[in-house]
Design a protein around this ligand. Structure first.
Ligand code: TRH
Length: 400
């Protein structure tokens, strides 16, 4: 129902008529990497497929987006992908070729909406529900600020802060309705797993090896870890999607590069470079692995739903502002772990984020407890509710 026409409401019309879909515009400015568009795209697809919303995504970097969504055309100002309209957003003034104002406007990660769009929001007979979707943080203050309104200084508009989080009273994190069933089906089907290994890695699942996926930023701790894996007793099958850590792998193995299809073996360490998959394909890598190294925001969340022990490379911020966030996440994730397992996990996460040396043997020793906790935590996190569902629920209360 995107229009500049007066809004009759999400379920306008008589009860005999089918309800009109809620129109939602999501604005996403890509700062760097894939997390900004990764979160927005996942949210967009979920609002469309699970809530029946008509979603339009404004994004300023189609190249980053295309890595997650290969069917996207780079040269089109406007296109429809999976039923979602994608506008190439030329910030800051551009707001599409025709000015259409949605029922729900999501400003992702405090990106600035085009002034012309905001002015038109204020002109609408019924003001849109305006959401500022924040970055995920596990810190306690998040629950206090979640859903706080912020009146616009000049227009009769109210922006609401929507905070993702890991605890009660926050907006939760994204989780599709079908996710658990998809994971269970993959884990229950040797044929599905075999097919995944053949297609993705080009070989069968190695018997007896610990499978590790590695998605990380450049990381000085990686050399020490690779040495520990190489020199250890336990066979390690390392699966590394091509990206910012690939250069370090190439240097370690004395190769020119370590992109998709690369392969190297040293001691107990067997490493394969993987192609960066489309977004929906990434989950299977997490399900296929025993331990996952993830980063940023979206892969951090996916690792929690994969219910396998994981190591988080948090997005580094100025003045180490990210370190309290790392500890806040650990406080949730490690809450019921025995003290020695919690210490091994915290030590490893800290080392992976710049403080100390990673101790793989210590982490490995506590694997059974970490695996139990990973499963338990996925259940606890699900209690907070899925972000798209929480957002849809809040929006409905505002559109009544
Ligand atoms: O790419 P990131 O480092 O993104 C970061 C964070 O979001 C951070 O909070 C933000 O401030 C910064 O960007 C600008 O990590 P993240 O969030 O895990 O996003 C990666 C996305 O890439 C995620 O949606 C999963 C997806 N992905 C694939 O689609 N295919 C792949 O093969 C891999 C490895 C990842």
């Amino acid at each position: 129902m995107s229009s500049t026409a007066p809004l009759a409401g999400p379920s306008a019309g008589s009860s005999a008529e089918s309800p009109v879909a809620i129109a939602c515009d999501i604005f996403c400015a890509v700062i760097d990497n894939f997390g900004d568009i990764g979160v927005c795209w996942r949210l967009a697809r979920q609002l469309a497929s699970e809530h029946g919303w008509q979603v339009r995504v404004f994004v300023d970097d189609l190249h980053a987006f295309q890595r997650l969504c290969p069917s996207l055309a780079l040269d089109r100002a406007r296109q429809t992908v999976d039923g979602i309209v994608v506008e190439h957003w030329h910030t800051p003034a551009h707001a599409g070729d025709t000015l259409e104002i949605a029922d729900v406007v999501i400003e992702a990660f405090a990106c600035e909406l085009p002034p012309v769009y905001v002015a038109a929001m204020a002109q609408r007979e019924r003001a849109p529900v305006w959401i500022n979707l924040e970055y995920l943080s596990a810190e306690d203050w998040v629950a206090d600020f979640h859903l706080r309104p912020s009146p616009h200084p000049r227009y009769p508009l109210v922006k609401t802060f929507f905070f993702p989080g890991l605890g009660p009273g926050t907006g939760g994190v994204l989780k599709e309705n079908h996710l658990e069933a998809a994971r269970a089906a993959f884990e229950a089907s040797p044929a599905a797993r075999d097919a995944w290994w053949t297609k993705t890695v080009g070989r069968a699942l190695p018997v007896g090896a610990t499978v590790v996926s590695l998605f990380a930023y450049e990381n000085p701790a990686v050399d020490s870890l690779l040495e520990q894996w190489r020199d250890g007793d336990e066979p390690i099958m390392l699966l590394a999607p091509e990206g910012r850590i690939s250069g370090a792998l190439a240097r370690f193995f004395g190769l020119a590069s370590f992109g998709a299809g690369a392969h190297a073996e040293r001691g107990a360490l067997n490493t394969h470079g993987l192609a960066f998959t489309e977004q929906s394909g990434y989950d299977a890598l997490l399900w296929a692995s025993d331990v996952n190294f993830v980063r940023g925001e979206d892969s951090f969340v996916r690792a929690q739903w994969a219910a396998k022990p994981f190591v988080w490379h948090i997005y580094p911020q100025a003045d180490d502002a990210h370190l309290p966030k790392l500890d806040a996440a650990l406080a949730h994730y490690a809450r019921t772990l025995p003290a020695d397992a919690a210490a091994a996990l915290a030590g490893f996460w800290h080392a992976w984020n710049g403080a100390g040396a990673p101790d793989w043997a210590a982490l490995r020793r506590h694997y059974p407890a970490l695996r139990r906790r990973a499963l338990e935590w996925a259940g606890e996190l699900a209690q907070v509710g899925d972000l798209a569902g929480n957002l849809a629920l809040f929006t409905k209360t505002q559109l009544k």
